[in-house]
Design a binder for this molecule. Structure first.
Ligand code: ADP
Ligand code: ADP
Length: 228
């Protein structure tokens, strides 16, 4: 079944002669349980696309559906992991507090929120750091908290915007494998954007290649690796 459908999406920043077309005529679908990667050069409109899907900006044209329902505003069964982990966690909340905070409107009861937070932190190997504060953690660990927070919400769709672009190469490789493992063990539909073609092929079940700005899809490739 189809989880996400993007139809003839276009987005312009500004109006009139100074308007900047960031995305043009984008049409694609993401199926349930798929990890789809969108790859394209820096500045081609990947973040703009994700912000439209997340309901953070309203597309100038086109339509986005989640589970067959047209998205208006911020969908509540969607979670986003951004590149900039240093600004995505609340510094005054512990690791566990950050995850629980994301659950406050989704899960009734403090005990259940705590249980769900602790469970998601164990998926990313951070159960022992639950009482620490973000500034006590390395960048890679902070990004693991962001991933745990997103997964704790059990989103229908997980959006990831260059999630591993701000960490060093070893941490990045670790986080990539962590994402693949967590997804295999716990399931989830993921749409990840990256400028790194190797990363998109390594992670994706499918790779959508975007053109230079304004973004439109130039290739949609299944990644079929032989079974291990
Ligand atoms: P990517 O994520 O692929 O790097 P973006 O979606 O961030 O691309 O940007 C696409 C284009 O839109 C770029 O040319 C960028 O400068 C422009 N852009 C992005 N955000 C804004 C904005 N808020 N106002 C005006 N132009 C923007
Ligand atoms: P990325 O490439 O990682 O998506 P950018 O560095 O292009 O991010 O943009 C960082 C921020 O600056 C974004 O919030 C984007 O909306 C904004 N931005 C990018 N280009 C422009 C622009 N030409 N005018 C105004 N804001 C912009």
């Amino acid at each position: 079944p189809t989880m996400l459908e993007v139809r003839e999406l276009a987005h312009r920043y500004g109006t009139g002669p100074g308007a900047h077309v960031a995305v043009e005529d984008l049409t694609f679908t993401v199926h349930q349980d798929e990890l789809a990667c969108i790859v394209g050069p820096s500045g081609c409109g990947k973040s703009t696309l994700l912000r439209c899907i997340a309901g953070l900006i309203r597309p100038t044209e086109g339509e986005i559906s989640l589970h067959g329902d047209v998205v208006r505003g911020v969908p509540d069964d969607l979670a986003v992991v951004f590149q900039d982990y240093s600004r995505s966690l609340f510094p005054w909340l512990s690791v566990r507090g950050n995850v629980e905070f994301a659950l406050r409107t989704r899960v009734r009861g403090r005990t259940e929120r705590r249980r769900r937070a602790q469970e998601a932190l164990s998926w990313v190997g951070l159960e022992a750091s639950a009482s620490k504060y973000p500034w006590q953690l390395s960048g890679g660990m902070q990004q693991r908290v962001s991933i745990a927070r997103a997964l704790a919400c059990q989103p229908a769709l997980l959006l990831m915007d260059e999630p591993f672009a701000s960490v060093d190469a070893q941490t990045r490789a670790d986080l990539e494998d962590l994402l693949l493992r967590v997804r295999r063990e716990h399931g989830s539909t993921v749409l990840l954007v990256t400028h790194d073609i190797d990363e998109s092929v390594y992670l994706g079940d499918r790779v959508l290649v975007l053109s230079k700005s304004p973004a439109s899809i130039v290739a949609d490739l299944p990644v079929d690796l032989p079974a291990q």
